[in-house]
Design a protein around this ligand. Structure first.
Ligand code: SF4
Length: 360
C-alpha cells in the first residue's frame, strides 16, 4: 500500500529593495538601481498578503532575501533598517538573508558596526549571508585574508550561529586566465572549501532584467555556458557536485516570488529561481494564493502551445518538468527555439534513476 506523506510548502520572498554598490565585480549582472523601499502602507499590504499565505494556505515563511546589491555599500540600507515595516516583515520569516562582498570601503571597525546593527535590530533571528566573490580575486591572498577576517567579525558579533555562503560570479567572461572551464571550476571549488568549509555556489546574475528579450544574447550565452558544464559534469565527473544558481540559493521546490518597486514577479526555475523583472513574469495585482494558482495554471497551459514551436520540446521526455518550471516560457521570452535546459544532464539523471536533485 502506498503511503502518502505531505510536507508543508515553503514560501521565500526575494526582496529586491537595495540600490547602489561600490563593487565593480566582473561577471555581475545585478541591476544596481531602480529598486525602491516600500512605503509603510506598502509594507502593511505585503505583510498582510504574506500572512494570509501562512494562515489560509499553510505556507511556511522560510527565507527573506534582501538584495540585490551589497547591503554594506547600498545607498539605502540604513533607510531600510530604520523602517518599522521591514522589522515587522523580517519577523515573519525563519531566516533573513543579505548579500555582501565584504570588500567595500571601510575598515574592520565599520564591519563590526554593521554586525552590531544587525544583532541589535534582529535579536535572535537567524541571519545568513551570500558572500559574493569574483573568481579572479581568489588568487589574491591578502584580499582573501581580509574577507575572512571580516567574516569572523560577523560570526563573533551575531549571537546566533550564522552562515556565509560563498557565491562566485561565474560567467564566460569572468573566467580565469587559462579558461579551462572544468579544471577552473574544480580548482576554485577546492580552494573555496579550504577557506569556507563549504562548496561555493557558481552564480549567474544576468537574469535580473526588466526586458529579457533585450538582453537575450548575454543571458543565452550564460545559460549555454552553464549547460555545457553541467551536461559534461553529470556524465564525466559524477564524483563532484558543483552548485549553480542565479543569484539565490533557494530550494527550487520552494514557492518563491520577487518583490520589486511595488510589483510581484514569478521566477521560472532553471538551476535555481531565475529572478527577473520582465512584464511577462509579473503577477497581475496582489500576491494571493488564488493569484499564484491562476498565474501558474495559465503559464503551464501556454507552455504546451510554446512546445509545438520549439525545436525539440514537443517530443522531449522532460516536457512536463520543464513546463512546470517555466523553462519554455523563459525560452519564449529569450526568443529562442533551442533547448535552454541541460537536457543531456536531465537524461543522465533519468537513466541512473536518481531523479532530479534539488539543484540540478
Ligand atoms: S529539456 Fe530542453 S528540449 Fe526538453 S522540454 Fe526542456 S527545454 Fe525542451
Amino acid at each position: 500500500m502506498a503511503i502518502h506523506t505531505w510536507s508543508p510548502p515553503y514560501f521565500d520572498l526575494i526582496f529586491d529593495v537595495l540600490n547602489g554598490c561600490q563593487g565593480q565585480c566582473r561577471g555581475c549582472g545585478v541591476t544596481k538601481s531602480g529598486q525602491s523601499i516600500p512605503t509603510e502602507a506598502e509594507f502593511s499590504k505585503i505583510i498582510s498578503n504574506i500572512h494570509a499565505l501562512k494562515e489560509d494556505s499553510g505556507f511556511i515563511l522560510d527565507h527573506l532575501e534582501v538584495g540585490p546589491t551589497d547591503f554594506t555599500t547600498a545607498v539605502n540600507t540604513k533607510e531600510l533598517l530604520a523602517s518599522p515595516g521591514f522589522a515587522e516583515l523580517s519577523r515573519q520569516f525563519n531566516i533573513l538573508y543579505f548579500t555582501t562582498t565584504l570588500t567595500g570601503a571601510g575598515n574592520r571597525d565599520d564591519y563590526q558596526a554593521w554586525a552590531k546593527t544587525l544583532r541589535d535590530l534582529f535579536g535572535r533571528k537567524k541571519i545568513y549571508f551570500y558572500l559574493v566573490i569574483e573568481p579572479t580575486k581568489i588568487d589574491n591572498p591578502e584580499l582573501m585574508a581580509e574577507i575572512l577576517a571580516r567574516v569572523e567579525i560577523f560570526k563573533n558579533t551575531l549571537e546566533l550561529p550564522t552562515r556565509f555562503e560563498p557565491v562566485l560570479n561565474s560567467q564566460p567572461n569572468s573566467a580565469k586566465k587559462d579558461n579551462s572551464l572544468l579544471r577552473e571550476i574544480l580548482n576554485i571549488t577546492a580552494e573555496m572549501v579550504k577557506s569556507f568549509e563549504s562548496r561555493p555556489w557558481h552564480a549567474i546574475s544576468s537574469s535580473r532584467k526588466d526586458d529579457l528579450t533585450a538582453h537575450s544574447a548575454l543571458i543565452l550565452k550564460d545559460i549555454h555556458w552553464l549547460n555545457s558544464i553541467f551536461n559534461h559534469w553529470v556524465y564525466d565527473r559524477v564524483d563532484c557536485d558543483p552548485h549553480f544558481q542565479y543569484g539565490n540559493e533557494l530550494k527550487p521546490t520552494n514557492k518563491a516570488f520577487a518583490w520589486r518597486s511595488g510589483s510581484w514577479y514569478w521566477p521560472p526555475v532553471l538551476y535555481g529561481h531565475f529572478v527577473n523583472y520582465d512584464e511577462r513574469f509579473k503577477l497581475p495585482g496582489e500576491l494571493t494564493a488564488r493569484a499564484i494558482d491562476e498565474f501558474e495554471a495559465k503559464s503551464l497551459v501556454s507552455q504546451y502551445a510554446v512546445a509545438e514551436r520549439q525545436e525539440d520540446c514537443a517530443s522531449c521526455d522532460h516536457l512536463s518538468q520543464c513546463a512546470q518550471q517555466g523553462i519554455l516560457q523563459l525560452a519564449q521570452a529569450l526568443e529562442t527555439r533551442e533547448c535552454i535546459a541541460p537536457r543531456r544532464a536531465f537524461d543522465g539523471y533519468r537513466l541512473r534513476g536518481r531523479g532530479m536533485r534539488a539543484n540540478p
